[in-house]
Design a protein around this ligand. Structure first.
Ligand code: CA
Length: 355
């Protein structure tokens, strides 16, 4: 008991063992239970939690008569895991923390160490299937979520390496005609995704010829006039023996007059409906695949830069715009991404960016 100013009513006078006389005032009074907490045992079904997971701690208070006495919960690192007043632990991010359960009436406490891990919960691939010509290469870049996963490494494998093989960086090489599957597996073992690979015979010039304005990079095509790209414009630029089918990035077949955007696919099929080849359309600046370049693309790009939603595959390639525009308005993001906004007329804004 500290020597202090008097508060409240005088309650009692006590004689201490050393003979001193003390006065007890009301403000110092606290009911002291007969039997105090002597031990606190803390346990949990799990001490290894995944980010976002919650568990309730099991707390045993001894002796039994004291089990209703007040206790408090403290997390040594609330950034890793928090604990509420009734022992619910919530895993926030990777790391370790000690949860202490302490008696309010004295210094008796129990502890438990909680480890939080952040496993891979998503492997996102733009392509569900890829058509490649014998000898072609194509790189897949899966988006691994969450961005703060402890181990974002993936392991690639091919079901049939005679048909297509894949290296540790995700570069697929088409070896011979046939079908196979590529598996992308998170190294932490939790998740995997598959892609169908169709390897077709290399087409020769007589089978398909593209307009000179286009730039063909194996199965990706750039160099499109972005002003009016619709199904007919594309068909006009391809000379082929085969039927041409155009699909949007979601896989819906596009009809005459419909606008074509990034991620759309040109499929060549023979009279028996066999796929002869597929090409992806990349329109620089159109990162959302709607065929227009406007402020929506800028928003999508901002989400990519801020890692809210990463761009992938052809969309990722469409974010680059290398041409210099003199009458452009330049925006700089903090990470040095340059964005050019080109005011074309009173109604249209074109947005280009260079990363
Ligand atoms: Ca767009």
């Amino acid at each position: 008991m500290q020597k202090e100013d008097n508060h409240g009513e005088l309650w009692d006078r006590v004689i201490l063992p050393n003979g001193m006389i003390g006065y007890v005032f009301q403000s110092y009074l606290r009911e002291v239970p007969n039997r105090q907490i002597e031990a606190i045992n803390v346990s949990s079904d799990k001490t290894l939690l995944k980010k976002g997971e919650t568990i309730k701690l099991k707390v045993e208070i001894l002796p039994d008569e004291a089990k209703d006495h007040e206790i408090e919960y403290i997390s040594s690192n609330p950034k890793v895991a928090t604990v509420d007043s009734i022992g619910n632990v919530m895993a926030i991010k990777s790391g370790t923390t000690t949860i202490t359960v302490k008696a309010k009436e004295n210094n008796v406490k129990g502890e438990i160490q909680i480890k939080v891990i952040t496993p891979v919960t998503g492997i996102e691939l733009t392509n569900q299937n890829i058509v490649m010509q014998v000898g072609d290469q194509f790189t897949i870049k899966p988006i691994i979520t969450p961005v703060d996963a402890d181990n974002k490494n993936v392991i690639y494998s091919s079901k049939d390496e005679q048909i297509a093989k894949i290296d540790i960086k995700g570069n697929i090489t088409a070896i011979k005609e046939g079908n196979t599957k590529i598996t992308v597996m998170a190294e932490d073992g939790a998740l995997k995704k598959e892609i169908d690979i169709i390897v077709v015979k290399k087409l020769n010039q007589g089978e398909v010829k593209f307009d000179e304005s286009l730039n063909i990079m194996q199965n990706e095509i750039t160099g499109w006039d972005i002003e009016n790209l619709n199904v007919e414009n594309i068909i006009e630029k391809i000379e082929t023996l085969y039927n041409i089918e155009i699909y949007d990035y979601k896989g819906n077949e596009l009809k005459e007059g419909e606008k074509v955007g990034t991620g759309s696919k040109i499929r060549l099929v023979d009279e028996n409906n066999n796929i002869k080849m597929e090409y992806y359309i990349i329109i620089y600046g159109d990162v959302n695949g709607d065929g227009k370049i406007n402020s929506l693309d800028l928003l999508v790009l901002q989400r990519h830069i801020l890692e809210i939603q990463r761009l992938n595959g052809t969309f990722l390639k469409a974010r680059k715009y290398k041409q210099k525009r003199k009458e452009s308005f330049l925006i700089r993001f903090t990470n040095n991404t340059k964005t050019y906004i080109n005011f074309k007329n009173n109604r249209t804004i074109e947005v280009y960016w260079v990363i």
